[in-house]
Design a protein around this ligand. Structure first.
Ligand SMILES: Nc1ncnc2c1ncn2[C@@H]1O[C@H](COP(=O)(O)OP(=O)(O)O)[C@@H](O)[C@H]1O
Ligand SMILES: [Mg+2]
Length: 397
């Protein structure tokens, strides 16, 4: 299907929502044309200044008729403009039997990827006329709580390394909209924190969303690890075996951490991969061989009998020659990460330079809002094991 896909990404006030509304209205003089504009919730369609009130402002003086119970405009040609939302996980099925020549999704970082992309299946060319089928999305960069759901937007439209070929990305900036009272707008944005301000003012997709728990500047970097640690552990967080089909598969992560006599914690290695269980076992074993026997190995134990079985299997069949223990964790991931975050904030956590540093820092800065938590879990687990170890390497119970 030859569909024209475009994305307006950028500053708030750049004119993205107006541009979507204009695009939707482009062919309403043609019989059989149907357009839809979508947001993340019914409320967000109807707020003052939002798409529905804006459409009323524009169309009230025209011959178009508002059909309230269907939330659509009908034009004298018979063409329609509808409004919809993708809020709950099944809301896309509301459009199962609908057909459109234009789909516009505003603030798409608030919408799940698979639901947004489902709307492609609702696009149909009409034989009788030459109206192009168009799919347009628009968004400001995601705010902290949208980071997980909205990650796909950056991947699909913005990041030059991952962007889809042939899609138009129009970056809106505040200066692009001469109709806005810029001084007043900038003044109102100045009340926001610097990150949100930069996102909204410049439409900056690269600025890192400030971590709720970790700040990357807390972590010191070292070229090499010190030669002596009081104790070193490798802590594994295995990817869950039960996958949620709506989510990307999880990673297995293994963090090796050493504690010095003066109470510093060095992360000397972070392994991370996505493989079938057999291969995971082989890699865990290989890491143990390379780490040598003095490194105690811990593995997060999932609840229930399957967790017991996995640990037992690793002890008997994968790591029989090593000090290996399952860790039955309690509390949620945030509680478990807190002691590690405090040490990091105090400047006591050092990363030994390695290719893994950047992806670790990216994940930990998003934690706990990001899509993946495996490296943070593994590091928090390793830290917990070391923090409870006395100077002579005996575990204090
Ligand atoms: N081409 C335009 N002509 C006149 N006013 C515009 C135009 N584009 C946007 N505006 C106005 O500027 C303001 C911000 O535009 P909006 O579409 O809400 O921006 P965004 O969705 O990017 O935050 C709105 O009041 C809008 O009506
Ligand atoms: Mg808008």
């Amino acid at each position: 299907m030859n569909c024209r896909e475009a994305f307006y990404g950028g500053a708030a006030g750049g004119g993205k929502s107006d541009a979507l509304l204009m695009a939707a209205l482009q062919y309403v003089d043609i019989p059989g044309y149907n357009a839809i504009l979508i947001r993340d919730s019914y409320q967000n369609l109807n707020k003052p200044e939002a798409l529905v009130p804006r459409s009323h402002e524009w169309l009230q003086p025209t011959d178009a008729a508002w059909i309230g119970e269907k939330k659509l405009w009908r034009f004298p040609s018979g063409a329609t403009l509808s409004f919809g939302y993708l809020d709950g996980p099944y809301d896309h099925f509301n459009y199962q039997s609908a057909e459109f020549q234009f789909v516009g999704i505003d603030e798409c970082v608030a919408i799940r990827e698979h639901q947004a992309l489902y709307m492609f299946s609702r696009l149909r060319r009409v034989k009788a006329h030459k109206v192009p089928i168009r799919y347009r999305t628009a968004s400001n960069p995601p705010q902290r709580l949208q980071a997980e759901r909205g990650d796909w937007v950056k991947t699909r439209y913005v990041n030059p390394k991952t962007r889809r070929q042939g899609i138009v990305f129009i970056s809106a900036r505040i200066d692009d909209n001469p109709y806005l009272d810029k001084d007043e707008y900038v003044y109102s944005l100045n009340k926001l924190d610097p990150i949100t301000r930069q996102q909204l003012l410049l439409g900056d997709w690269d600025v890192n969303i400030k971590g709720r728990m970790f700040d990357r500047s807390w972590f010191k970097l070292a070229k090499e690890a010190p030669s002596v640690f009081t104790q070193t552990v490798r802590y594994w967080d295995l990817a869950a075996t039960e996958e949620d089909p709506e989510k990307e598969p999880a990673y297995t992560a293994g963090c090796r951490m050493g504690k010095t006599t003066d109470g510093l914690y060095y992360i000397t290695s972070m392994m991370r991969f996505r493989h079938a269980p057999r291969q995971v076992e082989a890699l865990v074993r290989q890491a143990a061989d390379l780490d040598k026997k003095g490194v105690w190995i811990w593995m997060e134990q999932e609840p229930g009998s399957s967790g017991v079985n996995t640990i037992d299997h690793y002890r008997r069949n994968v790591l029989p020659e090593f000090v290996f223990k399952g860790d039955k964790v309690t509390g949620n991931k945030i509680e478990r990460a807190s002691p590690f975050a405090s040490q990091a904030e105090a400047g006591n956590v050092v990363l030994v330079e390695g290719h893994w540093n950047e992806q670790f820092l990216e994940e930990i800065e998003l934690f706990p809002d990001g899509k993946f938590k495996d490296q943070t879990d593994a590091a928090s687990g390793a830290f917990e094991k070391l923090a409870n170890v006395g100077v002579i390497g005996i575990r204090i119970v």
